[in-house]
Design a protein around this ligand. Structure first.
Ligand SMILES: Cc1ncc(C[n+]2csc(CCOP(=O)(O)OP(=O)(O)O)c2C)c(N)n1
Ligand SMILES: [Mg+2]
Length: 801
């Protein structure tokens, strides 16, 4: 419906109605009343939802009460093809789009693995998602659907993803190949709606994203829901001048400048909300530039969440103000003032809505609880079968709580039945009970663990190995030149690939991998960014979610830490938390391990492998291996980090002829040197030190086998390393991380997971860098990181044990 501002002034008396066509008035009236009904419905969901938590049917709840009217208004201007990157208050927005319904909402609240359509019972309530990729991993038709990127709980995390979702519209708009991707974009006309709470604007993510949106001029519509608090902390302790729109004044777009258009509007003023959003969204849709709506005077009728009570920190005056200015109450008053409905009609509607929500909630509960109760019945029958009177008495006592619980959990079944087996060890049916429990566990466990990575045909692990071809006249090039030729060919071949980062565009990155390529392939595909690692990563993430294949560069591995929150919380968890509905095949390219000094030589691989489960982590020893890994990653749907060796760009390598075709499979170590005495496991630039040490050890009669793991995630999928250990019976894990970092991770994988302990003649060891950051200059490096002499010394010690 086009919102007719004629009828929208809160103070309007509708005198002009007489001049209007009564049919259009009727349509308007019907639509407004439907909106109020939606607001009521959503409020009822919040009220009942909270009750479900407080009565023990759900674990935790966070709701969208106090924000209903604004969301109904903004949903009017969200079109098919648009994207949302929002947060946990958006239930009304989702109901208004019909992306969510009440029954599904409660299924998620109950963590119902079978019926929560957004996350399969994995994510907290009010964390929505729609399908971006189908079960085979192919991108769905995004232009004809409302696209809801899967929510995360970390405040403001959605901002940098939203930046990328919006930026992808720019990419499609300027793409010469857009005609091939009509399922992904309609000429780049899509807007990304990004919602955020007032307090969360204090996060760095917000400022990075707002600044980048202002520079990049992307179709991003930001809605700041200002309810005056971030849990208990009021706005004046959060935001300069106590107002985000005031604080943002310098970002405001003016004639002839870039920047952001900024609106303020009150969250209870239905008419003004519709009018403001209509104007602002039309502006962003037409100009493809960002807009921010500061939605003030919102409330939280039930406080922040089920975890606390707002009476503890809000004054009675504030609480009274919130009651008086409740958006639903104000909309109701407005309907009556404008004689759009009657008190009786409203009362009837209110009780109908209550009943409707209650029934949907009950339906969701029934769907959730019935299979659990069925399992309880089966378990009880098995337990009672064949027991003598004394044991039956014990069993009935132990079963009592489970059988009488109104909200039994699966874990209660496991606990109770296992207790019974412990207390009645001679149970005649013990075997069947155990089988029943094992089967039940096997049936349920996958719901909680599946989809960490793509599991279908586009799993990157399915990419088969294609060996590099080296013609007789193959050129020998510097490492950076290998990359440069590769990226050139890649950009010719794959129109979905983009590359960007600090100093990547104009000069072609600090090591010249992209030198000259911006000129050749265009600044729309290969470009510089500001120094903003978090939002570089978020930008790439949003692009990848829309089907593009971004290679985002973080200049040095040390600075990956700036983006680790987005990598870990958002990218690595996306496929898992959306239950396979969404994928982000982003490639984060960086270079590291060894350069110079404290903040250019770090190798925090333990942090990385532990924080990024859900991504793949590639650690190529040279640039040809790196190219093979890029090729592999670009054929799958999983996100990955690839770390090039900083000291490898000027080493000579032979150039394969099938540069865009050959692949290096993930999780497949390579034996660089065969040997019989000891297995050395490592990766990346450390291998060069090890190879040097091995030569010298060879002179001393010690024959080392050197294994390059190639990827840390996944790690040696086929357990090749233990095969080497069976031969040598001695093993050492070497890297440049801190003690107990990634070397300990490799140790655990081989010694525990692969059962390597069985083949050891002496204790397995790790050799790493020191606990401190690497000190400056070459001697700083020598004394901080593993060096050749140290490797020789440790291995000699191990050989003499
Ligand atoms: C990074 C991070 N820090 C802290 C929290 C805990 N937390 C959840 S919501 C919230 C307050 C957010 O307030 P605001 O942005 O105003 O949104 P509102 O809930 O008021 O709508 C906090 C501190 C979190 N989820 N993420
Ligand atoms: Mg708030």
């Amino acid at each position: 419906m086009h919102f007719d501002p004629y009828f929208c002034q809160m103070e309007s008396t509708l005198d002009a109605v007489a001049e209007q066509d009564m049919l259009s008035f009727e349509a308007f009236r019907t639509s407004v009343i439907a909106d109020y009904r939606m607001a009521l419905m959503s409020r009822e969901v919040s009220l009942l939802g909270r009750r479900e938590v407080l009565t023990g049917k759900a674990k935790f709840g966070i709701f969208g009460d106090g924000k209903e009217v604004a969301q109904i208004a903004l949903a009017k201007f969200f079109q098919k093809g648009d994207f949302r990157s929002g947060y946990y208050r958006d239930q009304t927005f989702m109901f208004a789009l019909d992306v969510a319904n009440v029954e599904d909402y409660f299924s998620q609240l109950y963590a119902d693995v079978n019926n929560d359509p957004y996350s399969g019972g994995k994510n907290m309530n009010a964390h929505f998602a729609t399908e971006f990729v189908n079960k085979k991993g192919a991108w769905s038709n995004l232009v004809d659907s409302y696209n809801i990127s899967a929510d995360i709980a970390p405040t403001a995390g959605q901002m940098v993803r939203g930046l990328g979702l919006a930026f992808a519209s720019n990419c499609f708009r300027s793409s010469k190949h857009k005609a091939q991707f009509t399922n992904l974009s309609n000429n780049g006309n899509e807007v990304c709606f990004c919602t955020i709470g007032d307090a969360s604007t204090s996060e760095g993510h917000f400022w990075e994203a707002v600044n980048a949106a202002g520079v990049l001029q992307v179709p991003l519509a930001i809605f700041v829901y200002d309810d005056g608090y971030g849990i208990s902390v009021p706005t004046d302790l959060q935001t300069t001048k106590g107002s985000i729109s005031d604080a943002l004044k310098g970002f405001e777009k003016e004639k002839g400048t870039n920047g952001i258009k900024i609106y303020t509007v009150k969250g209870w003023d239905y008419a003004a909300l519709c009018e403001t959003f209509e104007e602002g969204i039309a502006y962003t849709r037409e100009t493809h530039t960002p807009v921010l709506f500061h939605v003030k005077e919102m409330t939280q009728p039930q406080g922040h969440s089920t975890s606390g009570s707002h009476e503890r920190y809000k004054t009675s005056e504030r609480l009274q103000w919130e009651r008086d200015w409740d958006c639903n109450k104000k909309m109701r008053e407005w309907l009556l003032l404008n004689e759009l409905t009657t008190e009786e009609a409203l009362q009837a509607m209110e009780s109908a809505v209550k009943q409707e929500v209650r029934l949907s909630k009950l339906a969701a509960w029934e769907k959730y609880i019935a299979p659990i109760k069925e399992k309880i019945n089966q378990g009880v029958a098995l337990v009672q079968k064949g027991l003598n009177e004394a044991d039956l008495k014990i069993a009935i006592e132990l079963l009592h709580e489970l059988v009488h619980s109104r909200e039994p959990l699966k874990r209660d079944i496991f606990r109770t039945l296992n207790l019974i087996l412990e207390k009645i060890p001679h149970h005649p049916n013990a075997k069947s009970i155990q089988v029943f429990l094992d089967n039940y566990y096997q049936q349920e466990a996958p719901f909680y663990s599946k989809d960490l990575y793509n599991e279908g045909p586009l799993s990157t692990l399915n990419v088969s190995q294609v060996d590099p071809i080296y013609p007789a006249d193959a050129a020998t090039l510097n490492g950076y030149e290998v990359l440069n030729h590769y990226f050139d060919a890649l950009f010719d071949q794959n129109p979905l690939v983009y590359a960007f980062g600090e100093d990547l565009g104009n000069i072609g990155d600090v090591n010249q991998g992209f030198a000259g390529l911006q000129l050749k392939h265009g600044a729309d595909r290969i470009f510089d960014t500001g120094i903003r690692e978090q939002s570089i990563i978020g930008q790439a993430h949003g692009m990848a979610m829309r089907g593009l294949r971004p290679i985002a560069e973080i200049q040095y591995l040390d600075y990956l830490l700036y983006g680790i929150q987005t990598l870990s919380d958002d990218i690595a968890s996306l496929h898992y938390r959306s239950n396979g509905l969404q994928s982000s095949p982003v490639i984060i390219r960086t270079r590291g391990h060894r350069l110079e000094g404290m903040f250019h030589s770090g190798s925090p691989m333990g942090v990385i492998v532990n924080a990024l489960r859900g991504m793949y982590v590639c650690v190529p020893r040279n640039m040809v291996q790196a190219v093979g890994m890029y090729n592999t990653l670009l054929r799958g749907n999983d996100p990955a980090l690839l770390i090039e060796c900083l000291n490898g760009y000027r080493l000579k390598e032979t150039m394969p002829s099938n540069i865009t075709e050959f692949t290096v499979p993930l999780g497949k170590p390579e034996i660089l040197k065969e040997g019989n005495d000891i297995t050395i496991v490592s990766y990346g630039s450390t291998l060069r030190i090890i190879e040097d040490a091995a030569l010298r050890l060879n002179e001393m009669g010690i024959d080392c086998e050197i294994i390059d793991v190639q990827t840390l995630l996944p790690f040696d999928i086929n357990h090749q390393i233990v095969v080497s250990l069976k031969k040598t019976n001695r093993i050492i894990f070497i890297d440049e991380d801190v003690p107990g970092g990634s070397s300990a991770y490799m140790y655990q994988q081989v010694i525990e997971l692969q059962g390597g302990y069985r083949w050891l003649d002496i204790a397995a060891r790790t050799l790493s860098a020191k606990a401190h950051r690497p000190a400056f200059a070459s001697d700083g490096d020598y004394f901080s990181k593993p060096n050749t002499e140290e490797v020789i010394k440790v291995i000699k010690e191990m050989m003499s044990e």
